[in-house]
Design a protein around this ligand. Structure first.
Ligand code: BG6
Length: 490
């Protein structure tokens, strides 16, 4: 159902998104300490266990530490932004970016997480990056933590399970606010705060088997600490940098019922409530009754952080943000579900095609989600991740003919314009991995999302030189016309 009111507001923030652990590289440069992502290895495809690197156990972690010299650790290299940031930001400037989403590596500033004072080289690096962005009129959009915890905290405190991690994180975020508040207006506290429920290692830097708590309780305890840390950070923004705009973020999964059987519809509603509950807390300031009922039913007992209710109520965000990749089909009989990509299980949707990694392609679902979120929160919405992971081939004339990426992105941008025409306040769109980087779910370089090709393979071979893909000029034109070029194609 197209919408002839489709439009993009003036000042719409077009851009692209990255994360430090997948993009920055320079893992041991400038005094940086190791992050838990630096211990995820690339497992050869033939041995690929679908649960890796989603599920890193304590034994796997010990094994990685024991074989530091032999194993392949792609997140240590990223796409080498650390050494090439000037060239990369110039490319983003050439595309006319209004914003660039990046994250800060906590361990580049506080190598173990425990230090009181940050590492000077790291502090300077981010000043230089922000200055470079402003040179091209690009507003940085900074994620304070994107799956990236100093490994010391993972090893010694079991990551976010320990309330002391809240204290260390807030020490870090207060520093970020004091130091960079005049260079960065747009902030996100946690990347995909709900992903800890799909991957406790990625999202929480924790090993459930090392906890004295049952696994699910351990995960929700750690999530509680993250929600508290986020709220304390937002409160500090309010008191010390009121001009900054701060958002939360979840991996949004729009769920559809398998049939119109009310049992399927109810199961779908519950999945949607479950997906939204961290945003409910971060946008409205308290735990919704649906999740408290779930805790009661499952016997999950959370140790509430002191003054939790007040902290959450005082730390609500200015905008809500999402990553959006695919949707899911839910049946009241969960055994019917199959894996979709690396992260979730759901039914296949026969109406949709999928990417080479099995993620269904559903631009209309994005319009539905944006409308739902407007009704639920009444806050501006930022789509801070979306994109197509594909096998790209560099041609003899040094480009990539990625029409498939153009088609995918155009369809999603059109859906955003239509949602905007429906009356949703959308702040901006930053497509994922705008310059090729290491895939998170598969720890590989060959799942590429960018408008710029990076000459590197899964083993780190290659020059790391950058090449403009066909989508580069296409996206440049989308930005130059404020989305009109896409809407007119309809
Ligand atoms: C999001 C994450 O879940 O999906 C990113 O925030 C990630 O870090 C992106 O890279 C795409 O997933 P993948 O597994 O294709 O890299």
């Amino acid at each position: 159902m197209s919408n002839d009111q489709a439009r993009f507001p003036e000042g719409f923030l077009w851009g692209g998104a990255t994360s430090a652990s997948q993009y920055e590289g320079g893992w041991d440069a400038g005094g940086r300490g190791p992050s838990h992502m630096d211990y995820i290895r690339r497992v050869p495809k033939s041995d690929l266990d679908r649960t890796y690197p989603i599920n890193v156990t304590w034994d796997m972690f010990q094994d990685a530490k024991a074989h530091e010299e032999e194993y392949n650790f792609p997140f240590r290299r990223g796409a080498d932004f650390y050494h090439r940031y000037k060239e990369d930001i110039a490319l983003l400037g050439e595309m006319g970016y209004k914003t660039f989403r990046m994250s800060i590596s906590w361990s580049r500033l506080f190598p173990t997480g425990l230090e009181k004072e940050p590492c000077a080289d790291g502090v300077r690096f981010y000043h230089d990056v922000f200055a470079e962005c402003h040179k091209y009129g690009i507003e940085p959009l900074v994620t304070m933590i994107h799956y990236d915890i100093p490994v010391y905290l993972t090893e010694h405190l079991n990551g976010w399970e320990d309330p002391k991690t809240v204290e260390y994180f807030v020490n870090y975020t207060k520093f970020l606010i004091d130091e960079y508040k005049d260079e960065v207006t747009y902030w996100i506290t946690f990347n995909e705060i709900n992903m800890i429920m799909n991957s406790s290692y990625l999202g929480g830097g924790l090993f459930t088997e090392r906890s004295g708590r049952p696994a699910e309780t351990c995960i929700h305890q750690a999530l509680h600490h993250q929600l508290i840390a986020s709220a304390l950070t937002v409160k500090y923004f309010r008191e010390n940098a009121p001009h900054c705009l701060v958002g939360n973020m979840i991996a949004r999964l729009q769920n559809y019922p398998y049939t119109c059987n009310p049992d399927d519809v109810l199961a779908t509603q519950q999945q949607n409530q479950f997906n939204f509950f961290p945003t409910d807390i971060q946008a409205k300031g308290s735990y919704p009754s649906s999740i408290l009922n779930y805790y009661r039913k499952k016997g999950i007992e959370i140790e509430w952080y002191p003054e939790a209710q007040n902290i959450l109520a005082e730390g609500t965000v200015d905008f809500v943000s999402i990553s959006y990749y695919h949707t899911a089909v839910i049946s009241a009989e969960p055994d019917k579900a199959e894996p979709i990509g690396a992260f979730i299980r759901a039914l296949k949707n026969p109406n949709l095609t999928t990417t080479p990694w099995g993620w269904n392609i559903d631009p209309v679902g994005l319009r539905i989600t944006l409308n739902d979120m407007r009704d639920r929160y009444g806050l501006p919405i930022f789509i801070v991740e979306n994109g197509l992971g594909a096998h790209d081939q560099l041609t003899a004339d040094a480009t990539v003919d990625d029409d498939y990426r153009i088609d995918y992105t155009a369809a999603h941008i059109r859906a955003i314009g239509e949602a905007s025409g429906d009356g949703v306040e959308v702040m901006g769109y930053t497509s994922w991995g705008c310059i090729d980087l290491v895939s998170c779910g598969d720890a590989q370089m060959t799942k590429r999302y960018g408008y710029v090709y990076v000459d590197a393979d899964d083993d780190g071979n290659g020059t790391y030189d950058r090449y403009r893909k066909a989508s580069f000029d296409w996206y440049k034109n989308v930005i130059a016309t404020n989305g009109a070029s896409v809407l007119e194609e309809e």
